[in-house]
Design a protein around this ligand. Sequence first.
Ligand code: SF4
Length: 364
Amino acid sequence: MGSCQTGRRNFCRRIISLSCAGLAPLPALAACFSEPSPNRADKLRVNMNSGNGNRLNDFEPGYLKLYRSGELRARAEVLWDMMRTCRLCPRECEQDRIRGQKGDYCDATSQLQVSSYNPHFGEEKPLVGRNGSGTVFFTNCAMLCVFCINWEISQRGAGHDVTIKQLSNMMLMLQKMGCHNINVVTPTHYSPHILLALEEAAAGGLRLPVAYNTSGWERLEILQLLDGVIDIYLSDFKYFDPQMADKYSPGAESYPDITRKAILEMHRQVGVADPRANRGILQRGLIIRHLVMPNNVGGTGELVKWIAANLPLNTYVNLMSQYTPMFNAHEYPEISRRLTVREYRNAVSAASAAGLTNLDIQGV
Ligand code: SF4
């Protein structure tokens, strides 16, 4: 799952658990799976242009140009066709999802499934602003991390079937609610659906930047089809050592190599994240998220050195301190505890020593 353990995940888990428990869902979620309509946002008494920093300036998200030229549709169709012998993620399991086969790892057919959507306030500040990041959580994930904090969604299929039209309406509703971006979380196996929904939403007036919130384990061929569609990449960079990747995300030993190439491509497409251009609200750029893990299983020192050597030193790097042993982490003694203050400080020191100047550092 993209960014397995950010603070926002805790927030989201709370929402899901409320829903699963049969308790009254939050207002935004109440509309989730009952024919979401952008007009329903009016009843929530939120104003799209209220608050600080969300007035739609002259920024134009990339997908609009591609929508007008018909290229967005063409790219969506290429991606859709890939589901016939699916190669949307590096697992390349070649299941025929169009004919109803489930992915060997993502467990997804071509039926789109969403777990929740809502304004989210646990992301990086330049995404959250005052009105939140318009987050859509997709069901399932091919990464299979043993410590995933959202394992019910990523590995147990918590979510609901939705149509492309419903997804586009969710995007429009999040815009009406004042969110600063559309944040698609764990999008890889549903990239065709996202582009199709963006086409519909663009026709309906969507003007927000789209943030692709990914594990980072992305094939170059897919990223090149997203070039010009995605405005913001939120990419995890979990492991630097293939053996660690294989151990904690079973079968993903290619993760470090593929993710390094993917991050370079993401940077080529959108550049350095610089929220100053829009009063602190990010509209374009790359954010790298590295979850610092106990006993340095993520290889933080080498990882930050690689970033410093291969990307601008002011690349936005979020060093996340909130690792919590969840799901099957207890089966691995070396990651069955939280991070120590010393471990996190060592990670920050390593990033600073590498020369990185744009670090998002958290309390421990
Ligand atoms: S996205 Fe799913 S079906 Fe497609 S290659 Fe990956 S695991 Fe297989």
